[in-house]
Structures are given as structure tokens and as C-alpha cells.
Design a protein around this ligand. Structure first.
Ligand code: PEP
Ligand code: MG
Length: 560
């Protein structure tokens, strides 16, 4: 039995075989085959499997995002069995005795080039499709599993680190937990793990050795402990700990349908953070009052090219209709820093967290931003939408955004496309600049949502990705709390409401403080809703708030 210690970033007990994430970019080899018939059959089998896989994806897309999303996969199905495409592959295999992989790869390149050189924009778009379909067939031929998990049974997934784009593409049904050598609690991978309700531990360092592959492992996401090949006794301990957690969870279930109200009658809205339309289910199951943060960039991370206006519209509409009139706040694309996407072709930066990210990219690429705003406003007709903008530092940025919104609305009206006139506009308070200017910014918007992950990073000058900073990255730091208090005061003076959507919102040690300073909404991962409700219902703010407010304002503090 070996015990290694990391940092627990998503609670829960996980047990199962350890599996190391594979970054597979298999090389396509070209060779001559002797049995061309058998090779042709190998291609035909892979083609059939690809068509079946695409059928499953089409059904899933239809259920989750509607007919238009499903059509993409159905088009891919048709391409996979297109006669010209098939004949080109057949000629290479049967006449040139080429192996199936090289025949598919060459045919794909030839067809993609042909489509790309056409005048018609629609046909040009087919170049990406033919590459996508061919990659699927190639993966099947080479035994490469998309999503990086080639296992029949669910596993505890180990990796040096996982990028958000890798995490979002994983087959969640196969994951019992994440454990990584690097990473931090406020990294987006940790955030995704919490959204999925999967235990996660980061910062295990070199102790997480690939030689442990396949061994039975138990992990405790609350303590950060990983035990490889536990003794029977330890294993039994973990089983009973898990049962206890399930019992606690069952108790919390009784709070469904109850109000988020303190003993002295103060209410606070508890909403959820999501990354995709699929997460809405978790919001409903956990009785979230709305969606306080839909990180729309995960749509972009989960795609090999820019999602079109229609694709985005379908995703937003799906979330809004599923939420059935409850408030849904969608944040515009927050790409950059740790969320890098190849097809954005962002220039390499020395310091990307302080570089071209989020709203800075949107305002620098008006075409791209406009596409998102149009999709959002088209979707607004289907529910109760709020839109917010990440990484604001100045009033001019917000004014520019509002001008672009007016342009988009004007065009939609001209085109006769319906949209809602009641979309709330908000900004994220993630930079000290935005907090300090919150009195002025409050005159521009309907709400503020405090992104405490970044607000902590930028206030304390501490990289949120760097686990080694340990206690220096402290979201409880008085400077952060004072900024939050100031933001709430400035907002309320101007009739603007304030939420917290950073990970701090779910930190039960902070709930009394948020109530004391008058925060209106907390947006947390779906599984954190009921524990938070439980906490809120246990508080009497007449007892807790005076001392908290006095200590925030005090010029004497033992700690900070
Ligand atoms: C934040 O910074 O607190 C936030 C909610 O945004 P993200 O974590 O996606 O940067
Ligand atoms: Mg942020």
C-alpha cells in the first residue's frame, strides 16, 4: 500500500483502477498490403463503426441541442458512405495495395483540398467535415480512442495535468475521479470536476508514477489523499466513508424545494455555474434557482473550429428552454490565459493571464463577437436571459459592448428575428480596476458578478494555476473581502444587484461574510447548492454580521 498526498479540489470518494491519460496523436504509416481484399474489408468495418458512432452522436445531439445540431452528425454519416469518397479509397487499397490508413488519409486530404478550393462558402465548409469524418475512421482503424480513455470499465484518471479542452472532451461516464501531478484548485479543470460532481486531487507531483497504471486506487477528494493498493481494512474504511457521505447527501436532499433563507429571514439566491447544456440536468437535480454563470467558452473548447451562430444559438436556446423561465446568465467567450484554443491562433504571450483574453479578444475581433451576440439575442426569445462580460477594466469597454449590442438588436429587428427586450446586462468584477471603478461601472449595467478566482489572482498578484503558491493565493484575504464589500455598496447605491460566481461562492466559511456585506446571489457548482442552502438556513445574521462588518473595516487585524 502506498499513500500519496495532494490537494483535494473536488470532494467525494472515488475507487477503481488507475488509468493514465494518453495524448494520442497516432502517426499514420504507409505500407503495402498483400491481401487487398482483407484490407478493403478492414476499411469497410471501420466505416460501418464510424457510421454507427455518428448515429449515436446524432441522437444525443437531437436530445440535447435540437435537430440542427443532429444534422451535423447526419451529414457526417452521409459523407462517410459517399460513393466518390469510398471509390477513391477503394482504388488506393485495391489498385495500389495501400494500407487502409494511408488510403483514408490521402483521400481525406484530396477531398478537403477540393472542397476548400470551391467558390461556394457552404462547400468550402465541407472541407472540415470530410477531415473530421476521416479522422474518426482513422481512429477506429488505429484503435485510438477519442477522449483519451481506452477502457471498458470506469477508471480513476491520472495525468500530469489536464487542459480544459481535454477535460471537456472526456467521456464522463468512464471517470470515477481525476488525479494530477500539477494543477491548482482554481484551475478550470478543477472547476469542471466540481461541476461534474467528480472527486479530484491535484498537485501530487512526481509521486504519481505511471508504474501504478491499472492498480486499484482509492481517493478522497476532501482530504487530497490517494492510496494505491489499499489494504482490505483501509478499503473498507473508504467504503464506509463513502456510505456516510451518501447518508449526508440524502439528508441534504430533504432541502430540495426549501428557501435559501437565514434564521432571521434574509434570503439570498443560489444559482449554478455550468459549462455546457448537458450540465442543466445537474442544476435541476440539485434544485439550483437559476444559472449564474454559463461559461460559454467551453462550447468553443469543445469544437475543432469556431462554433457557428446557429450552433451557439441552439446551445443557448437549449439551456434557456430547459430552465423554463428561470434566470440564465451566459458569459461571453472567456478564452485566453489557461483556456487556449488552436484555431483562435492567439499570438504566444509571455504572460497570457494578463494578456489578450476574454473581452479583450471579443472587442478586438468584432466579427467573432458579433456572431456570439447575435446567437445570444436570438436565443433570448426562449427564456430569461442575462448576458455578462468577463475581464472588464474600464467604463469605455462596457460602452463599446453596449453599442455593439444595439447594432445586433437593430439588425435582428430589420431581419424580423425575434429577441427579448428584457435581457439583463452585467459585467464580471474580476479585476481590481473594475472593483475600484464599481461606482461608475454600476451606472452602466444591471448587475455585477464577482469572479473571485481571477479577482484573487489579480489582487494578490498570485497565479491561480500555480499550486506552489499555496497559502499566498488566499481568496479569504482581507483585500479581496474589502473589494467585494465596496463593490456591493457601490452596486446597491445604483440599484444594481451583485452575485459571486467564483469558487469562493461555495466556500461555507465565507457564507456569513457574504450575507453580512449584502451579496444578492451566489452561483456555485450544482452539487454545492444543497450544502450551501443548509449553511444559509443555519445562520442568524443578527448574530453574525455585526462582528464580521467590524472586522472587515477594522484597521487592526491579527492576520492580514
Ligand atoms: C472567476 O474568475 O472567478 C470566474 C468565475 O471566471 P473563471 O473561473 O472562468 O475565470
Ligand atoms: Mg475569471
Amino acid at each position: 500500500m502506498i499513500t500519496i498526498q495532494g490537494k483535494g479540489v473536488s470532494t467525494g470518494i472515488g475507487m477503481g483502477p488507475l488509468y493514465f491519460y494518453r495524448r494520442t496523436k497516432a502517426e499514420i504509416k504507409t505500407y503495402t498490403v498483400t491481401d487487398t481484399e482483407a484490407e478493403w474489408q478492414r476499411f469497410k468495418d471501420a466505416q460501418t463503426t464510424a457510421i454507427e458512432q455518428l448515429g449515436v452522436l446524432a441522437d444525443k445531439a437531437r436530445e440535447e441541442a435540437g435537430d440542427e445540431a443532429a444534422m451535423l452528425f447526419e451529414t457526417h454519416q452521409m459523407m462517410a458512405e459517399d460513393l466518390d469518397y469510398e471509390e477513391a479509397i477503394q482504388a488506393l487499397i485495391q489498385e495500389e495495395a495501400r494500407n487502409a490508413e494511408s488510403a483514408v488519409a490521402d483521400t481525406a486530404a484530396q477531398f478537403a483540398e477540393m472542397f476548400a478550393s470551391m467558390d461556394d462558402a457552404y462547400m468550402q465548409g465541407r472541407a472540415a467535415d470530410v477531415k473530421d469524418v476521416s479522422q474518426r475512421i482513422l481512429n477506429i482503424l488505429m484503435g485510438v480512442v477519442q477522449g483519451g480513455i481506452n477502457s471498458e470499465v470506469p477508471v480513476l484518471l491520472a495525468a500530469d495535468d489536464l487542459a480544459p479542452s481535454e477535460t471537456i472532451q472526456l467521456d464522463k461516464s468512464k471517470i470515477l475521479g481525476f488525479i494530477t501531478s500539477y494543477g491548482s484548485g482554481s484551475s478550470h479543470t478543477a472547476i469542471l470536476a466540481r461541476t461534474m460532481g467528480i472527486p479530484a486531487i491535484v498537485g501530487l507531483g512526481d509521486a504519481l508514477d505511471p508504474i501504478y497504471e491499472g492498480r486499484l486506487v482509492v481517493v478522497d477528494g476532501s482530504t487530497g489523499t490517494v492510496i494505491i493498493e489499499p489494504t482490505d481494512e483501509i478499503f473498507a474504511d473508504f467504503v464506509s466513508k463513502r456510505e456516510e457521505q451518501l447518508r449526508q447527501r440524502a439528508l441534504l436532499e430533504q432541502l430540495k424545494g426549501e428557501e435559501n433563507i437565514t434564521k432571521d429571514g434574509k434570503t439570498i439566491r443560489v444559482y449554478c455555474n455550468i459549462g455546457s447544456p448537458e450540465d442543466v440536468h445537474a442544476v435541476q437535480v440539485n434544485d439550483g434557482g437559476g444559472i449564474g454563470l454559463f461559461r460559454s467558452e467551453f462550447l468553443y473548447l469543445n469544437s475543432s473550429t469556431y462554433p457557428t451562430e446557429d450552433e451557439q444559438f441552439e446551445a443557448y436556446k437549449s439551456v434557456l428552454t430547459q430552465m423554463n423561465g428561470k434566470e440564465v446568465i451566459i458569459r461571453t467567450c472567456d478564452i485566453g490565459a489557461d483556456k487556449q484554443i488552436d484555431y483562435f491562433e492567439l499570438p504566444k504571450e509571455e504572460n497570457p493571464a494578463m494578456g489578450m483574453r476574454a473581452l479583450r479578444i471579443s472587442l478586438s475581433r468584432p466579427g467573432f463577437f458579433r456572431t456570439q451576440l447575435r446567437a445570444l439575442y436570438r436565443a433570448s426569445a426562449y427564456g430569461n436571459l442575462g448576458i455578462m462580460f468577463p475581464m472588464v477594466t474600464s467604463v469605455w469597454e462596457v460602452r463599446e459592448v453596449k453599442r455593439l449590442i444595439e447594432d445586433v438588436k437593430h439588425d435582428l429587428r430589420e431581419e424580423g428575428i425575434p429577441y427579448s427586450d428584457h435581457v439583463e446586462i452585467g459585467i464580471m468584477i474580476e479585476t481590481p480596476a473594475a472593483a475600484v471603478l464599481s461606482d461608475r461601472l454600476a451606472k452602466e449595467v444591471d448587475f455585477f458578478s464577482c469572479g473571485t478566482n481571477d479577482l484573487t489572482q489579480y489582487t494578490l498578484a498570485c497565479d491561480r494555476q500555480n499550486n506552489d503558491l499555496g497559502r499566498f493565493y488566499d481568496p479569504h484575504h482581507l483585500s479581496v473581502v474589502r473589494l467585494l464589500k465596496m463593490v456591493v455598496e457601490n452596486a446597491h447605491k445604483n440599484g444594481v444587484w451583485v452575485g459571486i460566481c467564483g469558487e469562493l461562492g461555495a466556500d461555507l466559511e465565507m457564507t456569513e461574510t457574504f450575507l453580512a456585506i449584502g451579496v444578492d446571489e451566489l452561483s456555485v457548482s450544482p452539487r454545492a447548492v444543497l450544502p450551501l442552502r443548509n449553511k444559509i438556513r443555519s445562520i442568524d445574521t443578527t448574530e453574525t454580521s455585526p462582528a464580521i462588518l467590524a472586522s472587515i473595516d477594522s484597521d487592526e487585524s491579527p492576520k492580514f
